[in-house]
Design a binder for this molecule. Structure first.
Ligand code: PLP
Length: 558
């Protein structure tokens, strides 16, 4: 364990005594200065020491100034730093045992022998009763969610209020929107970083602006990680969102009027898969495939027949509301049979693919597009993966074809998310998303509700509420009243308008991020059915809302 020490001029004498103590105890200590008694500014020395702890070069630090107060204030501004100002031995012991303090702050005016004794106890005391104290320390860390935006409280109170409202909503409700998740503080930190300041038209090493070294590094890391995570030949990480990623692929290989074979919006596809209100439906000739009316599952033989008949230039696989695994082997075979290229839009399932619980489209598709903010749990953004043969045309289409400067703060946040998705715990997370989805689906089905296709293989399910005389719109509104947030959704061959719908879509990515498991899915499923069984009962909705507030607080969002 490496320990660092720094002071200002007022802490110089105590610092020397502590360095001697460490040498006596055989503790490796590095003195970061100052070395003479000229007046210096304590924040400079605090910052030098804190930076080394934050980036892992050292585990612990000791700071000394005349009163200890300035150093404490400077150190405790940083998430992950727990600086304890100790003037008595007992405080040093408790700061380790209760608070897992990683920075000891000493008052230079305290007798040097006392500071020595305080330090010895601090160095020797372990963090105790981990379960009890960790819970409290987690709450300290959670306060960081507001600390991240604290400056806005005075700079822009109106925007601050909307961020606080979102934070409180996340804390007090159950988010079952299948396309959402809750990002780590690391992803949010990169998203809110100074990288937003930089213009960087072009690609790493080939920019139109000077001063791009830092963003070149971030973008290259994001590209490398995207390729490694998905085992892809080429990655473009500049798309601003999933829709622009899809547009970039279409613009790379299609001409207006070319035929695309894709799943229609009202069957579970996305707007950008050819909806008439979207550029995709307006520029291209769309042939839409459906699920089987009997099984509500994709019928690959029927899709093949359709492909052979319409001879598309591009086949799009992927969906926003399809609860079953996609068979990319079949899609490739169909594309080959009709001489089409294959694009897989894995926006919804990217996290499941990264976690190994959904087959990867990468070996089969010419292009794979994705958002990064759904099951993948990154920032709100997009990526495109492709075979090397399309790399040049794709990059040229993204920039300068469609975009100007990339959002390098989002690029960095994507890199953070890819690194998180490569960790073993992400595999466990992805598996739990699916286990939770199946458990929730089972609970709802056991109460007599009809699930589209009879169940789920992935992170989402579609509940056909029309079979119980309800509309998706009313069902989602009633659930919202009770603190359960999901969305109305068309079901295949829906007879109701897209504003009303016969279904609701429910997903488990965000609740799984909060640590909920099968037991919690049984509770949530029970509440959903109670509400839908008695949809006009607003007292029940309020009662469940109150229960959910307490329930949700046990599962903190990151
Ligand atoms: N593709 C699919 C399958 C989606 O579900 C979505 C969004 O929900 C998108 C693309 C578009 O993503 P964005 O909203 O980032 O444009």
């Amino acid at each position: 364990m490496t320990t660092l020490i720094a002071s200002d001029h007022g802490g110089l004498n105590s610092k020397s005594a502590i360095v001697e103590l460490c040498q006596d105890l055989g503790v490796a200590i590095t003195d970061l200065g100052p070395c003479c008694s000229d007046s210096v500014d304590y924040p400079d020395y605090a910052l030098t020491l804190i930076k080394s702890i934050l980036d892992g070069r050292a585990e612990r630090g000791i700071l000394v100034c005349t009163t200890g107060i300035g150093m404490s204030i400077a150190a405790n501004r940083f998430t992950g730093i727990r600086a304890a100002l100790c003037t008595e031995i007992d405080q040093a012991e408790r700061s380790r045992d209760h608070n897992d303090s990683n920075v000891l702050v000493l008052r230079g005016e305290t007798d040097a022998a006392v500071n020595r004794a305080i330090t010895e106890v601090w160095l020797k005391t372990p963090f105790g009763n981990v379960e009890r104290h960790s819970r409290r320390l987690n709450k300290v860390d959670r306060a960081g969610r507001l600390a991240e935006v604290a400056v806005l409280a005075s700079e822009d109170p109106e925007i601050y209020a909307s961020i606080v409202a979102q934070t409180e909503q996340e804390d007090a409700t159950i988010n079952l929107i299948a396309s959402e998740n809750a990002t780590s503080s690391a992803v949010r930190a990169a998203t809110g970083s100074v990288l937003t300041n930089k213009y960087a038209e072009g690609y790493p090493g080939k920019r139109w602006y000077s001063g791009c070294k830092p963003v070149d590094a971030a973008e290259q890391i994001a590209i490398n990680r995207a390729k490694e995570l998905f085992n892809a030949e080429h990655a473009n990480v500049q798309s601003h969102c999933g829709s622009s990623a899809n547009m970039a692929v279409y613009f790379s290989v299609l001409q207006p009027g070319d035929t695309i074979l894709a799943m229609s919006l009202n069957q579970g596809g996305h707007l950008t898969h050819g909806s008439p209100v979207n550029f995709s439906g307006q520029l291209y000739n769309i042939s839409a495939y459906t699920v089987s009316p009997e099984t509500e599952v994709l019928d690959y033989d029927a899709i093949k027949e359709q492909a052979l008949a319409v001879k598309p230039k591009l086949i799009v696989a992927g969906a926003s509301a399809y609860p079953r695994l996609l068979d990319f082997v079949r899609f490739r075979e169909i594309a080959d049979a009709c001489g089409a290229m294959l694009m897989v839009d894995m926006a919804h399932i990217a996290g499941l693919v990264a976690g190994g619980v959904h087959p990867s489209p990468v070996p089969y598709a010419d292009f794979v597009t994705s958002t990064t903010h759904k099951t993948l749990r990154g920032p709100r953004s997009g990526i495109i993966l492709c075979r090397q043969q399309y790399a040049q045309v794709l990059d040229k289409t993204v920039f300068p074809g469609l975009q100007g400067g990339p959002q390098q703060n989002a690029t960095a946040a994507k890199a953070v998310c890819f690194a998180e998705a490569m960790r073993p715990e992400f595999k466990a997370y992805a598996a739990q998303i699916v286990a939770n989805s199946k458990a929730l689906a089972q609970t709802i089905a056991n109460r007599g509700f009809t699930l589209v296709s009879g169940g789920t293989d992935n992170h989402l399910m579609l509940v056909n509420v029309a079979t119980r005389g309800l509309s998706g719109k009313d069902a989602a509104a009633a659930l919202d009243n009770a603190g359960i947030i999901c969305n109305k959704n068309a079901i295949p061959f829906d007879t109701k308008s897209p504003f009303v719908t016969s279904g609701i879509r429910i997903g488990t990515a965000a609740v799984t991020t909060r640590g909920m498991r099968e037991t919690e899915m049984a509770s949530i499923g029970g509440w959903i059915c109670d509400i839908l069984d008695d949809i006009s009962n607003t007292d029940l909705q309020q009662q469940i809302r109150n229960t959910i507030t307490g329930f949700a607080s046990e599962f903190p969002t990151p």
